[in-house]
Design a protein. Structure first.
Length: 319
């Protein structure tokens, strides 16, 4: 049921971000003087609406329940992921057709997870005010500069931080399957979860950016005004200087990037299907790099293969 609701959930996520963007535009425009141009806080359109990994799991579930028509439909849904989302699935689709005779004669389905998911890192952005506009610049993760109309005066400087996604990837290029020490087949890339994570982050990134810009400018201008008032009230220049530093630190501390993210998901998923007669086997996963050097071998002794049932083996190598 949850797998079949994926499309609906992704559509609801898009609507949520669009509504958040509209609210942000209203709040940002309200903080500016009359006659200033409105800020556009429109999220990226979600380009991920069909998850191949979820579809593959549904194929296995339907096969285990002997619902062959539903399994065939799930395979068709997988194919649609490749045709409609080539930016996420540029590789060839693995052969995942699960036939009734495979189920009856005995075979082994395999799924392996490798690598580590992306993490969020912090990039510092610098705001410089000019007459009636501000410049926002950064050198990380790439050089960036943008001018935004804003009712300000020349000479103020603020900064804020934004998160960006950094890949950790995987060393694994291929996975071979051994049965009783002999090569029985290979596994093929199903999905790059890190690409999916990047695609999902890109949807909200424009909203995070404009929200942080507005907050930083409003707080920065308020801080400068407060420092001017302190300078008028405090006779000792040194004390006024220290008070100004304390105000700046308080503002900077509230504009740090939100780096919260799960660090325990894998980077990629591989799947495979090995024809084996009913019996007991020692199954090994050979994780190879792109130069065919064996990185790691994971052994599963005494794996029993039976006919008329789903035989499934899962493995992982998070490097």
């Amino acid at each position: 049921m949850e797998i079949n609701r994926i499309d609906l959930k992704l559509s609801m996520l898009q609507d949520k971000y669009v509504e958040f963007g509209k609210q942000l535009e209203i709040a940002a425009t309200a903080s500016m003087k009359d006659g200033s141009p409105e800020l556009n806080a429109e999220p990226e359109k979600i380009k991920f609406h069909n998850d191949a990994l979820a579809r593959y799991l549904s194929v296995l579930i339907y096969a285990a329940e002997r619902e062959w028509d539903n399994a065939h439909i799930a395979v068709q849904k997988m194919r649609e992921a490749w045709t409609s989302q080539s930016q996420l699935y540029p590789h060839s689709m693995p052969d995942v057709a699960f036939l009734p005779e495979d189920y009856q004669n005995g075979s082994l389905s395999l799924i392996a997870f490798v690598g580590k998911s992306p993490v969020k890192k912090s990039a510092t952005y610098y705001i410089t005010t000019f007459d009636d506009y501000v410049n926002i610049a950064s050198s990380e993760p790439v050089a960036f500069s943008q001018d935004i109309p804003w009712p300000t005066q020349y000479g103020k400087h603020f900064k804020f931080s934004l998160p960006y996604m950094s890949r950790r990837g995987s060393e694994v290029g291929r996975i071979e399957i051994l049965a009783n020490g002999q090569k029985a087949g290979e596994m093929f890339l199903l999905e790059s979860m890190e690409d999916v994570a990047h695609e999902a982050f890109k949807v909200k990134a424009p909203l995070i950016y404009i929200k942080s810009v507005v907050r930083s400018i409003v707080k920065g201008l308020a801080s400068e005004k407060a420092k001017d008032e302190l300078n008028k009230q405090i006779a000792n220049p040194y004390a006024a200087f220290l008070a100004g530093i304390a105000t700046d630190v308080a503002v900077d501390a509230t504009e740090n990037a939100d780096l919260r993210i799960s660090r325990f998901f894998p980077s990629k998923s591989f799947v495979g299907h090995v024809e084996l007669s009913p019996g007991t086997y020692n199954i090994s996963f050979r994780y190879l790099n792109r130069s065919n050097y064996e990185l790691y071998r994971q052994n599963f002794p005494n794996v029993e293969i039976r006919g008329n049932r789903l035989n499934l083996l899962q493995a992982s190598y998070l490097q």
